[in-house]
Design a protein around this ligand. Sequence first.
Ligand code: BGC
Length: 273
Amino acid sequence: MYQKPNQRLINQTCIVTGGSSGIGLAIAKAIGQEGANVLVNYYSDRAAAEEVAAEIEASSDCGSSMIFKADVSKENQVEAMFAAAIDKFGTVDILINNAGIQQDAPFHEMTLDQWQRVIDVNLTGQFLCARAAIREFLRRGMQPNISSALGKIIHISSVHEIIPWAGHVNYATAKGGLVMLMQSLAQEYGRHKIRVNSIAPGAIQTPINESVWSTTKGLNDLMKLIPYNRIGQPSDIGGVAAWLASDESDYITGTSIFVDGGMTCYPGFTENG
Ligand code: BGC
C-alpha cells in the first residue's frame, strides 16, 4: 500500500554507495522522497545512476541529487566522493554504506583475488566510507534544527553476518566483520551523538541473486528458508533505511535490524528437531 513519505530528512544530505542498482537504488529513492539531498554513488553503470538521480529530483520538492563514480575500496576515490558531496551540498548527514559484491567459489577453489576483492569492497569499503563520514560529522558539528544526531551511518549487511554460508566464505566473513565494525563505531562515537547501525537483509530480489530467484526450482527452494513465504523487495529495505536515518529511531544505535521475512528463525526446525 502506497503511503505518502513523511519528509523526515529535509535539509539533510545522504551518500548512498552502490546506489545505481538493487537495494542501494531503492534506498536512494526512499531517502530522496524524505526530502534529503542524495549523492548516488556508482561503480560502472552511469546511465542507471543518472536515472536514479533524475527520479529523486522529480519526486522531491526540496531535495537535490548528484551522481559520483567511485570504487569504495579505493581511499582516494572515497575521499573525492565525500569532497564532491560537501562541495555541492555543504555537508554529509547520512551515510548508507551499501556497495557490495559476491564472488562465490567452493573454499578450496577460492582464489586470493576472489577473497581479497570481496573483503576490499564489502568490508574495507565500509571502513573507508564510515571514516570519511565520521570526520565530516565531527568537522561540521551539531545542527539541532536538522537532526538530534550529529550523523547517522547505516551499514547494509546481510543475514550472513550470523548465518554461515558454504560456498560464500569470503562474503560471510566480510559481513561478520561488519558486526564488529558497526558496534565498535557505535560504542566509540555514541558520546558524539553519531548513530551507527546495520540493516541485515535476507533474500531480496536483486541482480546479485538472480540465479536463485529466476528459476521455479530456485525460488521454491528459497521459500523453504523464508517463513514469511515471499522473496523480499528492495523497497522493503528502502523504507527501513529511511526510518533508521530519521529522528524517529533516535535511540537506536549499535544494532543490526534483520529484514529477512524470518530467515534468521531457523525455518529448518519448523517440523524437525
Ligand atoms: C546475498 C544474497 C542471498 C541472501 C540470502 C544476501 O546477503 O547477497 O545472494 O540471497 O543474502 O541468502
